[in-house]
Each structure stands twice: as C-alpha cells, then as structure tokens.
Design a protein around this ligand. Structure first.
Ligand code: FNR
Length: 183
C-alpha cells in the first residue's frame, strides 16, 4: 500500500515536520508499505482565490492532488493555530477539494499534531476531521497529539522519550492494518 505524509506547517524548523519524519520512519518498518513525504513549503500554494482558480488549478495543486490520488492512505501532522486548524493545512484541503474528479476522497487518514503547548495540537485535530470527512474520507478515530513538542526531539530529530515513540509506532501499525482492510 502507498502512504502519503506531510505536515500542515510550512516553516523549515517545524515541529510537525519533525514528527511526520519520525512517523515516516515508523511506517516504513512495515513491509509492503511505500511512502511519499511531501513538504508543503516546496509546493508554494497560493492562498485559495476563486479568481486564480478561474484561470486554472495551479500546477502545484495538481501535483499534490495526483500524489493524493495515487495514495491509499495519508498521514498528516499539523500544528494548532488559534485553537483550530492551521492555515496551510486548511488552504491545502480547500485547493485539493477544487480538483475534479476529486482525488482527495475515500482515503484513510491518520492525524498527528505537535505543539509546544500542553494540548499538543489536539483542538486543531478535532477541527480537521470534519473537513476531510465532508469530502468523503475516513479519518482514523485515534490521533497522536504531542505536547511540549519543542522539548520532545533530540538533535537528530528522534523522539527523546522512547515511550512516546512506542505509542506512535503502535498507532501507525494499527492504522496500517485498518487501512489495508478498507483497501
Ligand atoms: C500558534 N501556536 C499555537 N499553539 C497551540 O498549542 N495552540 C494555539 O492555539 C496556537 N496558536 C498559534 C497561532 C499561530 C498563528 C501560530 C503561528 C502559532 C504555536 C504553535 O503551536 C507553534 O508555533 C508550533 O511550533 C507551530 O508548529 P510548527 O510550525 O512548529 O510545526
């Protein structure tokens, strides 16, 4: 099966990019799983604007939509902005929702989040679910929210606490089994 992973943050030193890179390694420990890790900063989506859309869906959006279409499942790690979904992630969903036929449909989705705060992006994850579901995707019921994420990674980008890594490994393994059954 093919899993696409990306972070809902653009900046280079993003904690969520670190988390999604850790998830990518853990996912790849499962055989028969191929992954593609995408950096939204490289894609440079414009802010959604109907006038831009009227001239044609941007190439970068079409590129990501194609990767989404080829994937069986998607893993996203996203920050929380003002107690809700991050603007880069919402913009990405909004652009992908304009591609017809819709590639972002019937995908199994696992949500992760990292924040320096106490809630580990949990409120963002709760708000993200309906946007994917309204497009006909299946969001896995369990999520991984990483609080105090600014202290959670070592210099190599690994999770410092082995229990957290074990918990994330268990979650991605369960998600893969679930997503394979739905294929
Ligand atoms: C934040 N941050 C934040 N954190 C949080 O736990 N709850 C929140 O509501 C917010 N709100 C918020 C709004 C905006 C506009 C920004 C830029 C930031 C802090 C945020 O969690 C922190 O900057 C993370 O490091 C962002 O994620 P990345 O970029 O490190 O992945």
């Amino acid at each position: 099966m093919k899993i696409l992973l990306f972070a809902g943050s653009l900046r280079k030193d993003s904690l969520n990019k670190k988390l999604v890179r850790v998830a990518n390694v853990l996912v790849k420990s499962n055989k028969d799983v191929e992954t593609t890790l995408v950096d939204l900063q490289e894609l440079q989506f414009p802010v959604y604007d109907g006038d831009i859309e009227a001239k044609g869906i941007p190439e970068s959006v079409q590129k990501l939509s194609k990767l989404v279409g080829e994937a069986d499942a998607i893993i996203i790690s996203s920050p929380e902005y003002n107690a809700s979904i991050s603007s880069p992630l919402k913009n990405t969903i909004d652009w992908l929702s304009r591609v017809k036929p819709l590639d972002l449909a019937k995908k199994q989705i696992l949500l992760l989040g990292a924040s320096p705060g106490e809630l580990g992006s949990m409120r963002a994850l709760i708000h993200t679910k309906p946007s994917f579901e309204t497009l006909g995707n299946f969001v896995y019921p369990s999520v991984f929210a990483l609080p105090k994420a600014d202290k959670a990674f070592d210099e190599e980008g690994k999770l410092v606490d082995p229990k957290r890594e074990e918990r994330l490994q268990k979650l991605v393994n369960e998600f893969i089994v679930y997503a394979q059954k739905k294929e």
